[in-house]
Design a protein around this ligand. Structure first.
Ligand code: SF4
Length: 181
């Protein structure tokens, strides 16, 4: 836990930073979600993270997509499949594990090859639809921190799911304050 998290009197929730309006997407734009800000901003402190930018990729940058097997996809360039940022994102997820020990939830951007939880379009090597998978970074975080409450902005549209997520975040925070892991 870093000092900001230790001093916080509210839960800390990590979030894909494009959802908060940061211009970090491959096209230099954002995906600000007003509903997230409206519901959560008085309840939590944010820890915005863009794994692609955090891992050193530029803004703007070539778009990537998930390619290959659902259980072991790679993040390859849409225009140039020789561009492979998989290992970069895997390594960045590893770097983030210690920092994320102290957060109480994570809101991911859906359908992203880095941040998507379950619904990121997957393609075969020859470019055909191959179902859906998890983004490379999100997959690493979830595997390392299986008890961390996670959700994406699409799931947050459902009021019950949103309220349940908030309860899980509060519960995680209270356990953390009580020193129970
Ligand atoms: S990598 Fe994640 S945070 Fe960054 S722009 Fe893509 S979806 Fe948003």
């Amino acid at each position: 836990m870093n000092s900001a998290q230790a001093d916080s009197d509210r839960p800390v929730v990590a979030i894909s930073s494009c959802l908060l309006g940061e211009n970090v997407r491959y096209d230099g734009r954002h995906k600000q979600d007003a509903c997230i800000a409206q519901y959560f901003s008085d309840r939590v402190d944010w820890k915005p993270i863009c794994p692609e930018v955090g891992a050193g990729l530029d803004v703007p940058r070539p778009a990537v997509r998930l390619v290959g097997d659902k259980d072991r996809p790679r993040a390859l360039g849409v225009e140039d499949a020789s561009l492979d940022v998989t290992d970069t994102l895997v390594e960045y997820a590893r770097e983030m594990f210690p920092e994320l020990q102290g957060v109480n939830g994570y809101i991911f951007k859906c359908r992203s090859p880095s941040c998507g939880l379950t619904d990121t379009p997957l393609f075969s090597v020859d470019g055909h639809d191959n179902g859906f998978g998890s983004g490379i970074y999100a997959r690493g975080i979830i595997a390392a921190l299986p008890d961390l409450p996670v959700i994406d902005e699409q799931q947050l549209l459902d009021a019950q799911s949103r309220d349940l997520f908030m309860q899980q975040v509060l519960s995680c925070w209270q356990r953390q304050k009580a020193g129970v892991s």
